[in-house]
Ligand binder design. Structure first.
Ligand code: 5GP
Ligand code: ZN
Length: 119
């Protein structure tokens, strides 16, 4: 069924607690944890507890949870004090854009200068 946990999905395992992660926030619908290979002083991943491969798939199936992810991103930015300067919320979508884990995740990046375009 759509949204069900996938046995071979790393982030479903983090949701289930069978793979450890440094969790910074959790809600009824989301988990946020520090990226294992941070690209900025703050680099947190926000994921839905349900499994969808991309941001678009999640938004189409469960738009309220897609909105939850954006609210959580803002809360993390406030908690990490990167909201004043500005921060970036990124959904890499597809292998050509660098997506390596096909359980939708927002990267929340900040705490350093952020170039645009990002490359
Ligand atoms: P993507 O490349 O799909 O946009 O992002 C996947 C992110 O997940 C990468 O930034 C990568 O460093 C991170 N990542 C991969 N495996 C793990 C893990 O086991 N734990 C954590 N915390 N992050 C991971
Ligand atoms: Zn998953």
């Amino acid at each position: 069924m759509a949204g069900e946990p996938q046995a071979d999905c790393l982030f479903c395992k983090i949701v289930a607690g069978t793979v450890p992660a440094t969790v910074v926030r959790e809600t009824e619908t989301t988990v946020a944890f520090r990226d294992i290979n941070p690209q900025a002083p703050t680099h947190v991943l926000v994921i839905p507890k349900v499994h969808y491969p991309t941001a678009v798939a999640l938004a189409e199936a469960e738009p309220a949870i897609a909105a939850d992810i954006l609210r959580e991103a803002a809360q993390i930015a406030a908690d990490e004090k990167i909201d004043d300067h500005g921060y970036r919320v990124v959904f890499n979508t597809g292998t050509g854009a660098g997506q390596t884990v096909f359980h939708v995740h927002a990267h929340v990046l900040g705490g350093r200068g952020l170039q645009w375009p990002p490359g």
